[in-house]
Design a protein around this ligand. Structure first.
Ligand code: KDO
Length: 323
């Protein structure tokens, strides 16, 4: 033990061993959103399971890597961990765009069951083999809803014609915006608030807990509960890093990841059930549109798209069959 470490321990201040494994995590999330807090749970849980063995550093607000560049940063050995989306993965493994499709996954329970089934094993295996990224667990990011600064009521996809809807910057995200009937505009998460405030965009889509955590309700007038995507976030580690851990450390990392996603999922589901009242108290209109019209339109757009050409035969039926 080094003299410095010995001295710090004597003072009762937790210290990391000289050889603690550094885990740097980068995320565009704000610290107060549930998946932001989920990373703290991961860190604390790991510290409890393996005191002093890991030095977890969390970087919020895309301060370390730009949104969407995390997989490449992990692949290049510049980043240890991130929460990546099916959209990020589909850039490198096209069949993953299956999980970017609107109205496929039914609810958070279905999401967890799908990824803890043989479908998850198969799709995670591809990410490990083709991207050198180890998915530790799936978390529920929430069900995406439309959140607009305009006042015109939206009941059907036609009502979104000409509406400039901010969507994250990748083809698969832009496709989702188009499939909803809107005019999608690519933009990083960190730029949304100002864009809504200045009118550079007419709206954005995100799950309700994120609309609150990022304060988008301050600069918008309505929430249209389209439920268009039951969205996932995959807590992941560079495979090289994961493989460098001892078997016991790997087990502890996986346990900590599961505790973290369980915390996130529980809080998020609880919040989604009660946030409507909060937004109304802030003066927003919150309502359900013609869901059948949205579902039919979006599903037809996906099934006839070039994205679906890359989907594995029978995957939609397999996902639907998970009960
Ligand atoms: C967003 O940019 O709208 C999004 O919700 C996309 C997700 O995949 C994820 O990157 C998320 O932002 C960030 O974690 C910020 O909450």
């Amino acid at each position: 033990m080094s003299a410095a470490l010995g001295a710090t321990m004597l003072m009762g201040i937790p210290a990391f061993a000289d050889d603690a494994v550094q885990l740097r995590i980068s995320t565009p999330a704000v610290e107060t959103d549930w998946h932001g807090k989920m990373l703290v749970v991961f860190k604390d849980e790991l510290e409890e399971l393996a005191p002093g063995e890991f030095d977890v550093e969390i970087h919020y607000n895309a301060s370390l890597f730009k949104q969407g560049t995390e997989p490449i940063a992990m692949q290049r050995g510049n980043l240890d961990m991130a929460m990546i989306s099916a959209f990020d993965i589909s850039k490198q493994i096209p069949e993953w765009s299956t999980f970017t499709a609107g109205y496929l996954i039914r609810d958070p329970e279905h999401l967890t069951k799908v990824f803890r089934s043989d479908i998850g094993d198969e799709f995670y295996g591809k990410v490990a083999d083709q991207m050198n990224i180890k998915i530790l667990d799936v978390g529920y990011l929430g069900t995406r809803q439309l959140n607009l600064r305009t006042e015109q009521e939206v009941q059907r996809p036609e009502d979104l014609e000409g509406v400039n809807l901010r969507m994250p910057g990748s083809d698969a995200w832009q496709f989702l915006g188009k499939a909803l009937g809107a005019n999608p505009t690519p933009m990083a998460f960190g730029e949304i608030y100002t864009a809504l405030q200045t009118g550079a965009v007419d709206g954005q889509d995100n799950p309700l807990p994120t609309v609150r955590a990022a304060k988008f309700y301050e600069v918008t007038k309505q929430i249209v509960k389209t439920n268009h995507l039951v969205d996932a976030i995959f807590l992941s580690m560079a495979k090289k890093k994961f493989d460098s851990l001892t078997e016991e450390q790997q087990e502890n990392v996986l346990k900590a990841a599961q505790a973290a996603t369980a915390f996130n999922n529980e809080k998020r589901i609880e919040d989604e059930a009660q946030l409507e009242a909060f937004f109304e108290s802030q003066g927003l209109k919150v309502y359900s549109p013609d869901l059948e019209a949205f579902r039919t339109h979006v599903q037809a757009e996906y099934l006839s798209s070039s994205l679906a050409e890359d989907w594995i035969d029978g995957i939609v039926d397999r996902v639907n069959a998970v009960k």
